[in-house]
Structure formats: C-alpha cells, structure tokens
Design a protein around this ligand. Structure first.
Ligand code: AMP
Ligand code: MG
Length: 313
C-alpha cells in the first residue's frame, strides 16, 4: 500500500473516517490511529505494528464531549485529574462503555483514555468525528517515534497515512493511571509525575513492581519495549571509556571521548532526545549505547523506566 504523507489534518481524518490507519503527532510521541468503533481498522493497526493482540490500546479524544462514548462510571477523583491535566500527557484507565469493541482493549472491561495537548492532534481528532485508538506509531518493540521520519522508517507501506508535524515536545509516552479502584494508581510513569498527581489527589500511588496486579492491569508493560538493536547499558557513576562501536547519552559534560555522544542540558531534553538517539545509533551500526542514570523525580522517573525496559530488550 502507498502511505500518503500530508500536513493537512483534514486529509488524515478522512483516512480514519474511511476505515484506514493514520499516524499523527502528539506532545508525547507519534501515534498510529484507527477509529475505535471499527474492528477491521483496528485489526489493520495491530498487523501494521506487529503488535501483540493482548496489548490494549489507548483511545484519544479531541474534546471532552467524546468521553461518554468510551467510558462509564467515572469516579470523582478521575474527574479531578481530568479537570487539571486534560488536555495533556495523561491517560486514565476507566470502565469501558459497552459500544467499545474488545479488540481495542485487548479483552479488558477497562479502557485507557487521553486527550492530547498538541493542538494539531486535537484538530485531527475532532475532524475524525470519533474517538481514535492510537498506540505509538512504531513497529512493536522498537523505540517510539518522536519524528514523522521515524514513523516512515518503521511503517512506510504498512499504513495509509502520516500526518506530518514537528518533532514531539516530551518524547516519552503518557503517564497511565488506573482509576478503576479506590484511588489513582500509576501503571506507567510519564511526563505527569506522581508528585503532580498527588497535589490534586493526595492518595494517588504508584503500582510497585512487586505488585503482580499491576502487570495484569497493564498488560502491555509485560512486552519487550523501546529497544534499539544496540545493547543499552545504564551508567551510574563513572562513565566507561568510549570505543568506535559505542555511544553515550546523558547530561554529564565530561563524556567527550565517545565518537557518538549526545550531551543534553536537562533531564527534560534528555527525555525528548533519547528515542531518536537510539534510532540514530542503529542507523550508524553502534553496538552499545551507554545511558546516564538520572534522579527519579519528575520526568526522570519516566526516563529511567524506559531506559530499564530498553536495557532488558
Ligand atoms: P502505547 O503502546 O504507548 O500505546 O501504550 C499502551 C499501554 O497503555 C499499554 O501497553 C498498557 O500498558 C496501557 N494501557 C492501555 N489500556 C489499558 C487498560 N485498559 N488497562 C491497563 N493499561 C492499559
Ligand atoms: Mg508503544
């Protein structure tokens, strides 16, 4: 199939309305969209990404009026989070509405819902006239795409359309928060930190790794993720000597001995750059990528989560 590349959100929305798959930018990473009520389109999306069918999708909305098509029995604390953080990089897991097909949620009775902060994304979603399920627009397991070129690298010829926008601002996927229990529980860290959630709902907590319920509640967290072909090694303390086949990314100004290195000036910039750096290292045939560890506060918690998963890759 030919993949159309367009800058016009109306063209991409027409692809979704006619049962196709279209990638689009958000403030987190690029997503690959399909109409949430179109089971055949969702199957095409799983096939294009080679995504395991037991990994649930996040439904995206352009405005809050679309929420009741997706979810029901929304608790008060979830509304408090919606009032504060929507639109933005936050996904809430809610009881699913009965019209939502089980293929979208990988058989779960719950659904992840997000309203992206990027205006171009909301323009596109509003023009679609339906909520849109959208996992990251990469081949399953690869680093998430933060540019339209990265989407093309993985999915050219496998999807119907790419809505071309800028490189993404945050560069890591949304914070996923389960709202189906007695209080918010962070299943996947993202740019909205646990501390920020607790300012609004003090009882917000984080699912511990020991909590096997968390893995069950967020099935996708079991899968291989975010991995470049190169080996990823997290560096705490002294930076190893660089070689021609190795690369370094971090915020330590003293790593000049690596021929492939990217030194950023903040954790936010590091998060924004890391997935594209992984891809660039693969293009250059790098064998080992050393990644500096960062303190696990704010977006640092999300960055360390992704680095650990990539290192397991
Ligand atoms: P992505 O692959 O970035 O689109 O993220 C999707 C991830 O969100 C999944 O792998 C799950 O970890 C999480 N998620 C989506 N829907 C649900 C749900 N209904 N319940 C729990 N976690 C979910
Ligand atoms: Mg993904």
């Amino acid at each position: 199939m030919e993949t159309i590349v367009t800058t016009d959100p109306m063209v991409a929305a027409e692809v979704i309305r006619s049962g196709g798959t279209a990638a689009f930018p958000t403030e987190t990473v690029y997503g690959l969209g399909a109409n949430v009520f179109d089971e055949a389109a969702i199957q095409k999306l799983f096939d294009a990404k080679q995504r395991p069918q037991d990994n649930p999708l996040i439904a995206h909305i352009g405005h809050l009026d679309q929420l009741d098509q997706l979810a029901c029995d929304i608790p008060g604390f979830a509304w408090d989070l919606i009032d504060t953080f929507f639109p933005g990089p936050l996904t809430l897991v809610l009881q699913k509405g009965e019209r939502v097909p089980l293929i979208a949620t990988a058989g779960l009775e719950t659904i992840g819902v997000r309203m992206p902060g990027l205006e171009l994304a909301r323009e596109f979603l509003t023009a679609c006239g339906t909520p849109v399920v959208a996992p990251s627009a990469n081949l399953s397991g690869r680093p998430s795409p933060t540019t339209w070129e990265a989407v093309k690298e993985d999915l050219d010829g496998r999807i119907d359309c790419i809505l071309k926008g800028d490189a993404t601002e945050i560069g890591l996927e949304s914070t996923v928060v389960d709202c189906t229990g007695t209080g918010p529980v962070v299943l996947r860290p993202g740019a909205i930190s646990l501390e920020q959630l607790q300012e609004i709902v003090p009882k917000a907590s984080k699912a511990s790794d020991a909590d096997s319920g968390a893995a069950l509640k967020s099935p996708g967290m079991r899968h291989r993720h975010y991995s470049p072909r190169a080996a990823v090694v997290i560096v705490k303390g002294a930076i190893p000597p660089g070689g021609p086949d190795s690369a370094f990314i971090g915020i330590d100004q003293s790593a000049g001995q690596f021929s492939n290195s990217l030194i950023l000036s903040s954790v936010e910039e590091y998060a924004r750059a890391v997935f594209e750096f992984f891809r660039e290292c693969d293009r250059r045939g790098v064998k080992t990528i050393y990644c500096e560890a960062v303190p696990e506060t704010g977006v640092g918690a999300a960055l360390m989560d992704r680095l650990r998963r990539a290192a397991q890759g």
